[in-house]
Design a protein around this ligand. Structure first.
Ligand code: PLP
Ligand code: SF4
Length: 333
């Protein structure tokens, strides 16, 4: 019995942790002791964009509290089904910036590879929740890498998705070897939520792969609230830093999750204690189904000013929004 219990608490591998993620809204409500009355709406919203949340992340939520900031990021709500003016399928012009299937080239010197469509968690506000991953052959990289080879101005490759650390170590090694054929690329950046939602993913094989890459490495994680970071996340981050990666965080300003000075300051302090610098605080990308998360721009600017008053400059993330067709993220002043 004891062995079975230990096994349940410590999945054998990150793949097991991913396979056993909660995908049934009824189970999520039951595990957290929440009102079953939330179920019909959760099921209706999950039919559009499925629920997915690893058990280790659920363990960091408060039981019995449907306003928990971690829960709000993953629980499907009826609000997602109402149409709102200006909220669309592709809010940031990804499709217009497609340089090759799976390769988005918006900004000078850096290109973004949609390396896979899979994520460890489904964030309800995700700006790529309707991205046509199938058409972008996520996971088949030849044309994308050929397009980079043909454009020597691209010096940095960003692995995104989906979550690029959903790929196995073998697939990442394959990608790493192909990068060796692109000597112009000197920096590899990985945009990933796995260190936060599935810290088991940062296993020794991944750390060894990263450490062995003859490139400068940046890992940009995605956390929105201090409660997302526990000691298992700290261990994962220590592993990545040990492999030589610079660690940054990007967050989205979300109503009911982190739209207070205390929440944002707490997040910055917690990140820094774990060796991560705050990079961007994004205004919500206006993707269909996410209007209930939006914080008005004037409120965002006021929060950011209060954060500057509260924290040292290096703990204040840049407040930005992504506008289709612009040459960089746009600062919000
Ligand atoms: C956000 C983004 C980047 C990275 O922008 P930085 O300002 O360098 O962090 C690169 N490419 C695409 C397509 C992006 O959306
Ligand atoms: S991890 Fe990132 S890409 Fe995946 S659902 Fe969340 S926001 Fe979207």
């Amino acid at each position: 019995m004891i062995t079975a219990k230990l096994l349940a608490n410590h999945p054998a591998s990150w793949q097991d942790a991913l396979r056993t993620a909660i995908t049934d809204p009824a189970e999520l409500l039951a595990v957290l002791g929440l009102d079953p009355g939330l179920l019909p709406a959760a099921q209706a919203a999950a039919a559009r964009f499925p629920l997915k949340v690893p058990r280790g992340f659920v363990a960091r939520m408060r039981r019995g509290d449907c306003a928990d900031p971690l829960l709000r990021q993953v629980l499907p709500l009826g609000d997602e089904l109402s149409e709102a003016e200006g909220f669309v399928a592709d809010p940031v012009g990804d499709l217009a910036a497609t340089a090759a299937p799976g390769l988005l080239h918006k900004y000078q010197g850096r290109a973004l590879l949609v390396a896979t469509g899979a994520c460890g968690v489904h964030c309800r506000y995700c700006f790529r929740r309707e991205f046509p991953y199938g058409e972008h052959q996520a996971g088949r990289w030849s044309t994308a890498l050929a397009a980079i080879a043909a454009d020597p101005s691209i010096r940095e490759l960003i692995l995104s998705g989906g979550d690029p650390l959903s790929l196995s170590n073998a697939r990442l090694s394959e990608l790493g070897s192909r990068l060796a054929e692109l000597p112009q690329v000197t920096r590899l950046r990985i945009h990933t939520r796995q260190p936060v939602v599935l810290p088991e993913r940062i296993d020794q094989g991944l750390i060894d792969w990263l450490a062995g890459l003859p490139l400068q490495k940046v890992v940009v994680i995605h956390a929105n609230h201090a409660a997302e970071l526990d000691s298992s996340v700290e261990d994962a981050l220590r592993g990545l830093a040990g492999a030589g990666a610079t660690l940054l965080n990007q967050s989205v300003l979300l109503r009911g999750v982190n739209d207070s000075v205390d929440a944002l300051a707490g997040l910055s302090e917690r990140l820094f204690a774990a060796g991560v610098l705050p990079y961007y605080l994004h205004l919500l990308d206006r993707v269909r189904g996410s209007a209930h998360f939006e914080v008005p721009e004037s409120a965002a600017v006021a929060l950011h000013a209060a954060l500057r008053d509260r924290l040292p400059g290096y703990l204040v993330p840049r407040l930005v929004r992504e506008l289709s067709g612009e040459g960089s993220k746009t600062p919000v002043a």
